[in-house]
Design a protein around this ligand. Structure first.
Ligand code: AHR
Length: 490
C-alpha cells in the first residue's frame, strides 16, 4: 500500500465548475440514436413518444446537463428540413459518414428537443457548414427560437410546437479541417464569420456560438482561430481529443496488457498538457478570458467489437475506461476557468458509451458510474488540490493518483482515481480552511479488465465506502484501479 499525501485549501477557489463540463454527445452513428435512444412509438420497449424510458431515467440519474446532436461528422451532411413534419412524409437521406445506410429522419429536431426536455438538459445543436448553406442554418435557428409570425416559426407551429425552444449552444460546423469540408484554418475562420453573422438572437434567446476548434495538438488551428475571431463573433472554440492508445486500432476494449493499460492512462493525462497549451494561446489573444474552450468530443476510442450485431463503433467499456474518464473529468475541473463544456463521445452504444443496449436490455457501463460519482462537482467552486504523486510506468506520464475538489452548499466533493493496475494507495489529505465535521464516501473498483454485460449488468457498480476524518485530516484507502467520491461537510 503506497502512502500518498494531499493538500486541499478551501479558501483557494480556482473557478466555477460549469455543469456542462459533464456534457454528452449523441450522433446518428451506429446504434446511438436508433435502437439506443429512439425506438419509435410502436416499439414494445417502454418509451415516451418513441424515446426509451430507461435511457431517460438513467440520464436523469447522473444529472446530464447537456446533449450535443446530430453529430459529429453527420452534422455536416444533415438536412434538418427532412427531419421535421409528419413522420410518414419525411424524406429519407443517405448517411454517407457512417455506413452508407438510409436515414429515415424519424428522429429530428422535435424529437431531440423532447429528449432534452425529458432529461432536463440543455440542447446543443451542431449546424451544417460543410455541405449546407448559411440560409439553411439561419432558418434552423429561426425555426427553433423565433416567437412570433415568421415563415419558419409558423412551420414549427404547424408541426405541433407552438412555443419556441430555448437554444443556447450552437456549433458552427464540426471538424471542418476534416470530414466537415477539408478546410484550411484561414478559410474556415472566414466561413465561420459569415455563418455566425446570420445566426440571430431571436425573442430573448441568446446563442453561445461555438467555432470548430483543433484536432488534438493542432496548435496552429487554435492560433489562426484566435487571430481571426474575437469575442464579438465567437463564445467558444471546440477541441476534439480521443484517447487512442494504439493507432491503427488493433485491440478491442477489453483486451489489453499492462503496458497498453498505462499507455491509455498516459493518453488520458495528455489532456492536461493539451489544455494548458491551447489555453496559453487563448490567453495570449484573449487575456480577459472571454472566449471559452469547449472540449466538444472526448473519450477512449478502441477497436470496435467484431462479434454480434453491435453496429458501428460499438466497443465494450471496462474499468480502464472508467479510470480514463475519472482522469479526464478531474483535468476539466482543474481547468474550469477556461473550459466550460466537455462532451463524452458518445452517450449510447458508440465509443466510450455511458450505456449499452440490446433490444429491451440495457447496461450502465463503468464510465456511467464515474459520472454518477462526479455529479456533485456540477455547479461547485473548484478549490486548490495538490497531490504528492508517484509515477506508475517508466517513460510515460502516469501519476498514480488523479484528483480534484470543489465546494458547493457547504459540502466539499473530492474525486480520486487510483490509476495503478495492481497497487493500493493510502491517502492522507490535509484539508485547510474548512471546518470539516463529517465524511462519507462511495467507490467504484474492480479488475482493470472488468465490465458490465447484458448477462452480468452489475459486475462493476458503485458501493458505499469508508473514509476517516480526524482534526482536519482525511484518510482513505484506495484499492488498485478505483475511482472514489469523498464528501466532506462542515
Ligand atoms: O465521435 C465519432 C466521430 O469522431 C465524430 O463524428 C467526429 O466528429 C469525430 O471524428
Amino acid at each position: 500500500m503506497r502512502k500518498i499525501s494531499m493538500l486541499i485549501n478551501a479558501k483557494d477557489k480556482t473557478a466555477y465548475i460549469h455543469p456542462e463540463i459533464y456534457g454528452h454527445f449523441a450522433e446518428h452513428l451506429g446504434r446511438c440514436i436508433y435502437d439506443g435512444i429512439y425506438v419509435g412509438e410502436n416499439s414494445a420497449i417502454p418509451n415516451i413518444n418513441g424515446i426509451r424510458s430507461d435511457i431517460v431515467e438513467a440520464f436523469r440519474q447522473i444529472r446530464m446537463p447537456l446533449l450535443r446532436w446530430p453529430g459529429g461528422s453527420f452534422a455536416d451532411e444533415y438536412d434538418w428540413k427532412k427531419g421535421v413534419g409528419e413522420k410518414s412524409k419525411r424524406k429519407p437521406a443517405l448517411n454517407t459518414c457512417w455506413g452508407g445506410i438510409t436515414e429515415d429522419n424519424s428522429f429530428g429536431t422535435h424529437e431531440f428537443m423532447e429528449l432534452c426536455e425529458l432529461i432536463g438538459c440543455q440542447p446543443y445543436i451542431t449546424g451544417n457548414v460543410g455541405s449546407g448553406t448559411v440560409r439553411e442554418l439561419a432558418e434552423w435557428v429561426e425555426y427553433m427560437t423565433f416567437d412570433g409570425d415568421s415563415p419558419m416559426a409558423n412551420w414549427r407551429k404547424e408541426n405541433g410546437r407552438e412555443k419556441p425552444w430555448r437554444l443556447k449552444y450552437l456549433g458552427i460546423g464540426n471538424e471542418n479541417w476534416g470530414s466537415g469540408g477539408n478546410m484550411r484554418p484561414e478559410y474556415y475562420a472566414d466561413e465561420y464569420r459569415r455563418y455566425q453573422c446570420f445566426c440571430k438572437n431571436f425573442s430573448g434567446n441568446e446563442l453561445f456560438k461555438i467555432a470548430c476548434g483543433p484536432s488534438s495538438a493542432d496548435y496552429n488551428w487554435m492560433e489562426v482561430m484566435m487571430k481571426n475571431l474575437d469575442a464579438s463573433h465567437v463564445n467558444g472554440i471546440a477541441l476534439h481529443y480521443y484517447i487512442m492508445p494504439v493507432w491503427p486500432k488493433e485491440e478491442p476494449a477489453a483486451e489489453f496488457d499492462d503496458k497498453m493499460y498505462y499507455k491509455t492512462i498516459a493518453c488520458a493525462y495528455f489532456l492536461d498538457e493539451l489544455i494548458h497549451r491551447h489555453t496559453a494561446i487563448m490567453n495570449h489573444y484573449d487575456p480577459y478570458n472571454k472566449i471559452k474552450l469547449v472540449v466538444d468530443e472526448w473519450g477512449c476510442w478502441h477497436e470496435s467489437e467484431k462479434s454480434g450485431n453491435h453496429g458501428l463503433l460499438f466497443q465494450q467499456n471496462t474499468m480502464r475506461d472508467a479510470i480514463a474518464a475519472a482522469i479526464s473529468l478531474n483535468i476539466f475541473n482543474r481547468h474550469s476557468k477556461r473550459v466550460v463544456m466537455a462532451n463524452l463521445a458518445q452517450a449510447v452504444n458508440v465509443l466510450q458509451a455511458l450505456i449499452l443496449t440490446e433490444n429491451e436490455k440495457m447496461v450502465k457501463t463503468p464510465t456511467y458510474h464515474v459520472f454518477d460519482l462526479y455529479k456533485e462537482h456540477q455547479g461547485g467552486e473548484a478549490v486548490y488540490c495538490f497531490c504528492e504523486n508517484v509515477n506508475m510506468a517508466e517513460g510515460m506520464n502516469t501519476p498514480m493518483i488523479s484528483s480534484s475538489a470543489s465546494i458547493k452548499d457547504n459540502i466539499m466533493t473530492i474525486t480520486l482515481a487510483n490509476c495503478s493496475i495492481d497497487e493500493g494507495a493510502e491517502i492522507c489529505c490535509s484539508i485547510c480552511n474548512f471546518d470539516a465535521k463529517g465524511v462519507g464516501a462511495r467507490i467504484l473498483t474492480n479488475d482493470a479488465h472488468a465490465y458490465n454485460d447484458f448477462d452480468a449488468p452489475d459486475k462493476v457498480v458503485i458501493e458505499d465506502y469508508q473514509a476517516e476524518l480526524k482534526n482536519g485530516i482525511l484518510s482513505v484507502k484506495l484499492p488498485a484501479c478505483s475511482v472514489a467520491e469523498v464528501r466532506v461537510r462542515r
